[in-house]
Design a binder for this molecule. Structure first.
Ligand SMILES: C[S@@+](CC[C@H](N)C(=O)[O-])C[C@H]1O[C@@H](n2cnc3c(N)ncnc32)[C@H](O)[C@@H]1O
Length: 194
Protein backbone atom coordinates (compact mmCIF):
# COMPACT_ATOMS: atom_id res chain seq x y z
CA UNK A 1 0.00 0.00 0.00
CA UNK A 2 1.27 3.47 -0.86
CA UNK A 3 1.01 5.54 2.32
CA UNK A 4 2.30 8.59 0.43
CA UNK A 5 -0.93 9.04 -1.51
CA UNK A 6 -2.43 12.21 -3.03
CA UNK A 7 -3.63 13.46 0.39
CA UNK A 8 -0.14 13.04 1.84
CA UNK A 9 1.30 15.03 -1.07
CA UNK A 10 -1.36 17.75 -0.74
CA UNK A 11 -0.77 17.99 3.01
CA UNK A 12 2.95 18.59 2.41
CA UNK A 13 2.23 21.15 -0.30
CA UNK A 14 -0.44 23.03 1.68
CA UNK A 15 1.65 22.86 4.88
CA UNK A 16 -0.82 20.81 6.89
CA UNK A 17 0.72 18.71 9.62
CA UNK A 18 -1.17 15.56 8.60
CA UNK A 19 -3.19 14.11 5.73
CA UNK A 20 -6.00 13.75 8.29
CA UNK A 21 -6.65 17.48 7.79
CA UNK A 22 -8.48 16.66 4.55
CA UNK A 23 -10.96 14.40 6.37
CA UNK A 24 -12.08 17.30 8.53
CA UNK A 25 -12.24 19.69 5.54
CA UNK A 26 -14.51 17.21 3.71
CA UNK A 27 -16.79 16.65 6.71
CA UNK A 28 -16.96 20.37 7.47
CA UNK A 29 -17.92 21.25 3.88
CA UNK A 30 -20.71 18.69 3.91
CA UNK A 31 -22.08 19.02 7.45
CA UNK A 32 -21.03 22.46 8.69
CA UNK A 33 -19.90 21.34 12.15
CA UNK A 34 -17.85 24.41 13.23
CA UNK A 35 -19.08 28.02 13.35
CA UNK A 36 -17.00 31.25 13.33
CA UNK A 37 -17.84 32.04 16.99
CA UNK A 38 -17.50 28.47 18.24
CA UNK A 39 -15.37 27.37 21.12
CA UNK A 40 -13.97 24.02 19.99
CA UNK A 41 -12.62 21.24 22.22
CA UNK A 42 -10.52 18.72 20.32
CA UNK A 43 -9.24 15.28 21.43
CA UNK A 44 -6.41 13.37 19.76
CA UNK A 45 -4.97 16.53 18.23
CA UNK A 46 -1.29 15.75 17.61
CA UNK A 47 0.50 16.47 15.34
CA UNK A 48 -2.11 19.19 14.65
CA UNK A 49 -3.55 18.83 11.14
CA UNK A 50 -7.15 19.05 12.40
CA UNK A 51 -6.15 21.88 14.75
CA UNK A 52 -4.90 23.91 11.77
CA UNK A 53 -8.26 23.40 10.03
CA UNK A 54 -10.27 24.25 13.16
CA UNK A 55 -8.27 27.49 13.36
CA UNK A 56 -9.37 28.30 9.82
CA UNK A 57 -13.06 27.85 10.69
CA UNK A 58 -13.32 29.58 14.07
CA UNK A 59 -12.06 32.91 15.44
CA UNK A 60 -12.22 31.69 19.05
CA UNK A 61 -9.45 29.97 21.04
CA UNK A 62 -9.26 26.20 20.52
CA UNK A 63 -8.61 23.73 23.35
CA UNK A 64 -6.70 20.66 22.10
CA UNK A 65 -5.83 17.48 24.01
CA UNK A 66 -3.42 14.67 23.21
CA UNK A 67 -1.23 12.11 24.96
CA UNK A 68 1.65 13.33 22.81
CA UNK A 69 3.08 16.82 22.75
CA UNK A 70 2.15 19.15 19.93
CA UNK A 71 4.18 21.97 18.39
CA UNK A 72 2.31 25.13 19.49
CA UNK A 73 -0.17 26.89 17.22
CA UNK A 74 -1.43 30.44 17.61
CA UNK A 75 -4.66 30.76 19.67
CA UNK A 76 -4.57 27.07 20.66
CA UNK A 77 -4.46 25.99 24.31
CA UNK A 78 -2.87 22.56 24.44
CA UNK A 79 -3.37 20.04 27.25
CA UNK A 80 -1.10 17.00 27.32
CA UNK A 81 -3.43 14.43 28.83
CA UNK A 82 -5.08 11.03 28.58
CA UNK A 83 -8.73 10.68 27.57
CA UNK A 84 -8.96 7.52 29.69
CA UNK A 85 -7.79 9.34 32.82
CA UNK A 86 -10.57 10.79 35.02
CA UNK A 87 -8.42 13.77 36.08
CA UNK A 88 -8.54 15.22 32.55
CA UNK A 89 -12.03 16.61 33.24
CA UNK A 90 -10.60 18.86 36.00
CA UNK A 91 -7.77 20.06 33.74
CA UNK A 92 -10.26 21.02 31.01
CA UNK A 93 -12.43 22.81 33.58
CA UNK A 94 -9.43 24.80 34.85
CA UNK A 95 -8.62 25.91 31.29
CA UNK A 96 -12.27 26.87 30.74
CA UNK A 97 -12.38 28.98 33.90
CA UNK A 98 -9.07 30.73 33.24
CA UNK A 99 -10.08 31.55 29.65
CA UNK A 100 -13.68 32.56 30.35
CA UNK A 101 -15.12 29.63 28.37
CA UNK A 102 -18.58 28.71 29.75
CA UNK A 103 -19.18 25.78 27.39
CA UNK A 104 -17.96 24.39 24.06
CA UNK A 105 -20.02 24.66 20.89
CA UNK A 106 -18.21 21.81 19.16
CA UNK A 107 -16.28 18.76 20.38
CA UNK A 108 -14.14 16.80 17.93
CA UNK A 109 -12.20 13.58 18.46
CA UNK A 110 -9.77 12.03 16.01
CA UNK A 111 -8.17 10.07 18.85
CA UNK A 112 -6.95 6.55 18.17
CA UNK A 113 -4.26 4.27 19.53
CA UNK A 114 -1.84 2.69 17.07
CA UNK A 115 -3.83 0.01 15.26
CA UNK A 116 -2.81 -3.55 16.14
CA UNK A 117 -4.13 -5.32 13.05
CA UNK A 118 -6.61 -7.18 15.27
CA UNK A 119 -9.86 -5.54 14.19
CA UNK A 120 -11.80 -6.57 17.33
CA UNK A 121 -9.16 -5.13 19.62
CA UNK A 122 -8.85 -1.94 17.54
CA UNK A 123 -12.63 -1.56 17.61
CA UNK A 124 -12.77 -2.04 21.38
CA UNK A 125 -9.99 0.51 22.07
CA UNK A 126 -11.56 3.04 19.76
CA UNK A 127 -15.01 2.45 21.28
CA UNK A 128 -13.54 2.98 24.76
CA UNK A 129 -11.95 6.29 23.66
CA UNK A 130 -15.28 7.44 22.19
CA UNK A 131 -17.17 6.50 25.37
CA UNK A 132 -14.68 8.42 27.50
CA UNK A 133 -14.76 11.45 25.17
CA UNK A 134 -18.56 11.49 25.51
CA UNK A 135 -18.41 11.14 29.31
CA UNK A 136 -15.75 13.87 29.56
CA UNK A 137 -17.42 16.38 27.33
CA UNK A 138 -21.16 15.92 26.85
CA UNK A 139 -21.85 18.13 29.88
CA UNK A 140 -19.33 20.73 28.62
CA UNK A 141 -21.19 21.03 25.32
CA UNK A 142 -23.63 23.92 24.88
CA UNK A 143 -27.26 23.62 23.74
CA UNK A 144 -27.28 23.06 19.96
CA UNK A 145 -23.65 21.93 20.17
CA UNK A 146 -22.12 19.39 17.79
CA UNK A 147 -19.81 16.41 18.25
CA UNK A 148 -17.72 14.48 15.74
CA UNK A 149 -15.86 11.33 16.76
CA UNK A 150 -13.67 8.86 14.97
CA UNK A 151 -14.47 5.21 15.67
CA UNK A 152 -13.22 1.93 14.26
CA UNK A 153 -16.51 0.33 13.37
CA UNK A 154 -17.49 -2.95 15.03
CA UNK A 155 -20.03 -4.84 17.15
CA UNK A 156 -20.40 -2.06 19.72
CA UNK A 157 -20.91 0.82 17.29
CA UNK A 158 -24.73 0.51 17.16
CA UNK A 159 -24.95 0.33 20.96
CA UNK A 160 -22.77 3.45 21.17
CA UNK A 161 -25.10 5.32 18.80
CA UNK A 162 -28.21 4.15 20.67
CA UNK A 163 -26.73 5.24 23.99
CA UNK A 164 -25.83 8.81 22.94
CA UNK A 165 -28.04 9.82 20.02
CA UNK A 166 -30.94 10.73 22.34
CA UNK A 167 -28.97 13.81 23.48
CA UNK A 168 -29.03 15.27 19.95
CA UNK A 169 -31.49 16.15 17.18
CA UNK A 170 -29.47 14.52 14.41
CA UNK A 171 -26.82 11.85 13.99
CA UNK A 172 -24.99 10.38 11.04
CA UNK A 173 -22.13 8.00 10.26
CA UNK A 174 -19.83 9.33 7.58
CA UNK A 175 -16.66 8.11 5.89
CA UNK A 176 -14.70 10.81 4.08
CA UNK A 177 -12.89 10.01 0.82
CA UNK A 178 -9.64 10.94 2.54
CA UNK A 179 -10.07 7.92 4.87
CA UNK A 180 -8.26 4.93 3.46
CA UNK A 181 -10.76 2.72 1.64
CA UNK A 182 -9.80 -0.52 3.42
CA UNK A 183 -9.92 1.07 6.89
CA UNK A 184 -12.76 0.40 9.36
CA UNK A 185 -12.52 4.03 10.40
CA UNK A 186 -15.80 5.95 10.43
CA UNK A 187 -16.77 9.36 11.81
CA UNK A 188 -19.85 9.67 13.98
CA UNK A 189 -21.53 13.05 13.86
CA UNK A 190 -24.04 14.22 16.47
CA UNK A 191 -25.65 17.60 15.80
CA UNK A 192 -27.74 20.05 17.81
CA UNK A 193 -27.57 18.90 21.43
CA UNK A 194 -30.91 19.28 23.21
C1 LIG B 1 -4.82 9.88 14.10
S1 LIG B 1 -3.92 10.76 15.30
C2 LIG B 1 -4.68 12.34 15.23
C3 LIG B 1 -4.26 13.17 14.05
C4 LIG B 1 -4.69 14.60 14.19
N1 LIG B 1 -6.16 14.71 14.20
C5 LIG B 1 -4.16 15.45 13.08
O1 LIG B 1 -4.93 15.85 12.19
O2 LIG B 1 -2.97 15.75 13.08
C6 LIG B 1 -4.58 10.09 16.77
C7 LIG B 1 -4.08 10.77 18.03
O3 LIG B 1 -4.82 10.26 19.14
C8 LIG B 1 -3.98 10.34 20.28
N2 LIG B 1 -4.48 9.50 21.35
C9 LIG B 1 -4.60 8.15 21.37
N3 LIG B 1 -5.05 7.73 22.56
C10 LIG B 1 -5.22 8.83 23.33
C11 LIG B 1 -5.64 9.03 24.67
N4 LIG B 1 -5.96 8.00 25.46
N5 LIG B 1 -5.69 10.28 25.15
C12 LIG B 1 -5.33 11.34 24.36
N6 LIG B 1 -4.92 11.20 23.08
C13 LIG B 1 -4.86 9.97 22.57
C14 LIG B 1 -2.64 9.88 19.74
O4 LIG B 1 -1.59 10.30 20.60
C15 LIG B 1 -2.60 10.53 18.35
O5 LIG B 1 -1.89 11.74 18.37
Amino acid sequence: MDRKDKYYTRAKKEKYRSRAAFKLIEIEKKYNVIGRDDYVLEFGSSPGGWTQIIREYTDMPVVSVDLNRMVPLDNVIFIQGNINDGSLHDKINEIMVSNGIKSFNTVLSDAMVKTSGNSEMDHYRSYELCENVMKLSVDLLSKNGNMLLKQFQGDMTNGFLDKWKGNFNFYKITKPHASRAHSKEIYILFKNKH
